[in-house]
Design a protein around this ligand. Structure first.
Ligand code: FDM
Ligand code: MG
Length: 216
């Protein structure tokens, strides 16, 4: 009578343009996985609840100023401070659906003048590597209906266009990562259904291999 090895959790990152409903989908997908019997928890970056996250929050709300380099390193440090939580959760068999990750980190900073992709990727090298990156795009219609940006830093159209370009460059750098594109043009629940369908195959595969290291 052979005992099955404990399957580790799946590490899924959701990235994508503003207004695609990333945060909603992260929460709904987590609930959906749980209700289908897959242990799952959600995370988001930046995680504004930590001390480092508090500095990032204040920067994003334009309540404080930091040099572009130092805020880049803080975003990365915010991921590193949660590294053990990520690896322990996955090892215990719980999947993680994560709202943004190092790809946002590199895309946003490298959209600023004078930053190379290589410099931007450096601090995040070695972080837990996602098994899957779901990249959400907005259909024309949706983009138009949600075109008002808020007051946080980076919420400007030209900057967002540059960020979208950088995401394409980042995914081209590392072909060992699995990116899946999805264009949001249906209602919230239908989108959750579609995304769950995309994840189901991976969830049912036997994840015995260890969690990889990002960009190494
Ligand atoms: N952002 C997010 C970065 O600039 N670097 C990062 O590493 C991460 C994770 O912070 F404008 C940016 C992206 C976005 C802002 O907004 C966070 P949300 O709405 O909390 O995702
Ligand atoms: Mg936002």
């Amino acid at each position: 009578f052979e005992r099955m090895a404990l399957k580790r959790g799946l590490f899924v990152v959701i990235e994508g343009a503003d207004g695609t409903g990333k945060s909603t989908q992260v929460l709904n997908l987590t609930k959906r996985l749980q209700s289908e019997g897959y242990p799952c928890s959600s995370m988001r970056f930046p995680d504004r609840s930590t001390q480092i996250g508090g500095m990032i929050d204040s920067y994003l709300q334009c309540k404080s100023n930091l040099s572009d380099e130092s805020v880049h390193l803080l975003f990365s440090a915010n991921r590193w401070e949660l590294k053990n939580q990520i690896t322990n959760t996955l090892a215990s068999g719980t999947s993680i659906i994560c709202d943004r990750y190092a790809f946002s980190g590199v895309a946003y900073t490298s959209s600023k003048p004078g930053f190379s992709l290589c410099w931007c990727m450096g601090p995040d090298r070695g972080l837990p590597k996602p098994d899957l990156v779901l990249y959400l795009h907005a259909s024309e219609k949706l983009a138009q209906s949600r075109s008002n940006y808020g007051t946080e830093r980076y919420e400007k159209r030209e900057f967002q266009n540059k960020v979208a370009e950088m995401f394409e460059e980042i995914r081209a750098v590392d072909k060992t990562l699995t990116w899946t594109d999805y264009t949001v043009e249906r209602g919230i629940d239908e989108v959750t259904d579609d995304l769950f369908g995309i994840l189901q195959k991976e969830l049912n595969s036997n994840l015995v291999k260890e969690v990889g290291k990002l960009w190494m």
